[in-house]
Design a protein around this ligand. Structure first.
Ligand code: GDP
Ligand code: MG
Length: 163
């Protein structure tokens, strides 16, 4: 059975880098469709022998500050609706922020199955952030480095029961 994974989280945590790694080729950032549809990118992903559809919640980075909270909520809720499982990404280098807490709250209130990833986990600068991510109440954080391709085996193991 195939499934859909949505990558969610605040801007700049590495969602698109992870999307590109999973999809294995670069896709256009946006297409011509307006609104929320334009801000969700879909691709066919492969991890080991698992194939699945992956959704990147793009389109937050260019929002102005006033519209950002609403856009984050709408995009995330839309992605949750479309997905079988959400991969909530935080930045292990900066640690948990107030905005991360907002996302965690949205996800805890939804019926979505949630996996937590602490990205940018390469090197020691990430250790405190990984520990902090436990405090989100979403289970064990998976340390990943989307940029360096680290943690993909653990992500595979986490997705295997869903596939
Ligand atoms: P998004 O806004 O969540 O989609 O984040 P992006 O994928 O655009 O990445 C934001 C920034 O983080 C870029 O400069 C990336 O190169 C960087 N980045 C992404 N993944 C990693 C990682 O695993 N380690 C480090 N150190 N930087 C990363
Ligand atoms: Mg992005």
């Amino acid at each position: 059975m195939s499934f859909t994974l949505a990558i969610v989280g605040r801007p700049n945590v590495g969602k698109s880098t992870l999307f590109n790694r999973l999809v294995g080729r670069r896709l256009a950032l946006v297409d011509d469709q307006p609104g929320v549809t334009r801000d969700l990118r879909e691709g066919e992903a492969r991890l080991g022998d698992i194939e699945f559809t992956v959704i990147d919640t793009a389109g937050l980075e260019d929002a102005n500050d006033d519209s950002l909270p609403g856009r984050m909520r709408r995009l995330t809720e839309r992605a949750v609706e479309m997905a079988d499982v959400c991969l909530f990404v935080v930045d292990a280098r900066t640690g948990i922020t107030a905005t991360d807490e907002v996302f965690a709250d949205i996800l805890r209130r939804s019926s979505a199955q949630v996996l937590l990833a602490a990205n940018k986990a390469e090197g020691r600068a990430a250790e405190a952030g990984i520990a902090e991510a436990w405090g989100l109440g979403l289970g064990e954080p998976l340390p990943l480095s989307a940029e360096h391709g680290e943690g993909m085996t653990d992500l595979y193991s986490a997705l295997l029961p869903i596939s």
